[in-house]
Design a protein around this ligand. Structure first.
Ligand SMILES: [Zn+2]
Length: 265
């Protein structure tokens, strides 16, 4: 990575951190129209404010159209097998504040959980969902996708993604689904400690690449890890989430000259 690229990544990282905060603020602003937060431009997953129009909705969203390292991507072809150190997960039970942001259900979690990416520790800030999955394998979507968003000491972002497939009888999501806030701006609190590791597959083989936020402002410099093995979510849980958000995935973006690495654990 060149010095220029490192500086650029740092700038992106600051913007990205603002974006993470803004996601939470959007919900707050919606709940109280007289709030002090500057309202972000309205965007959505369909129609006139859908993904193909994000870049034109605001100057702040220009990267959604001009960026060359955008997410999500298809993980199916030309994946390099690498022997580098895998991203390691160090999650501990957390308490969580669930927020319906109008785009997703996001869980802002208490401190103490982290991942390590190439020797750098990124602390877990929040996790949230997409339906169907954003990343695809050979063009195929999974039923849903979970994003764990982490931040390092300089504000750089690393996201761990887990693909979710429909399967009977899996209980990992049962407690969480009882607390999904139905209305935009709605909150609920999970006070009984919840271990984020319960949502991960036991096998941590992974895809890794450099990408972006998958929501406006599509900030680049995000380090992505997508776990290869999927976790189960019941058809009923998928249906319940679809009631809240019928569609919440950005289409896959051009890979351009990026490498996608596959790391065995
Ligand atoms: Zn996401």
């Amino acid at each position: 990575m060149s010095a220029h690229r490192i500086r650029t990544a740092a700038v992106f990282a600051v913007v990205a951190l603002t974006a993470v905060t803004a996601t939470a603020c959007t919900a707050t602003a919606s709940a109280s129209p007289d709030g002090e937060n500057r309202q972000a431009p309205h965007w959505s997953y369909e129609g006139a404010t859908g993904p193909e129009h994000w870049a034109s909705l605001s100057e702040d969203f220009a990267t959604c159209g001009k960026g060359h390292e955008q997410s999500p991507v298809d993980l199916g072809e030309d994946v390099a097998v690498e022997t580098d150190t895998p991203v390691t997960v160090h999650y501990r039970p957390v308490t969580a504040e669930l927020v319906n942001t109008g785009h997703t259900v996001q869980a802002d979690v208490s401190a103490g959980s982290s991942i390590v990416v190439d020797g750098t520790t990124y602390r877990l800030r929040q996790f949230h969902f997409h339906l169907p999955s954003e990343h695809t394998e050979d063009g195929e979507h999974a039923a849903m996708e979970m994003h764990f968003v982490h931040e390092d000491a300089e504000g750089g972002l690393a996201v761990l993604a887990v693909l979710m497939r429909e399967r009977k009888g899996h209980s990992a999501f049962t407690d969480l689904w009882k607390h999904l806030p139905a209305a935009e701006g709605g909150h609920s609190r999970i006070t009984r400690p919840l271990d984020p590791a319960r949502f991960l597959p036991g096998d941590r083989d992974q895809y890794r690449y450099e990408g972006s936020l998958t929501t406006p402002p599509c900030t680049e410099g995000v380090r992505w890890t997508v776990l290869e093995k999927r976790v189960g979510v019941t058809p009923r849980q998928v249906a319940a989430y679809r009631e809240l958000f019928p569609r919440s995935n950005r289409p896959v973006q051009p890979r351009n000259d990026r490498e996608i690495d596959h790391v065995d654990r």
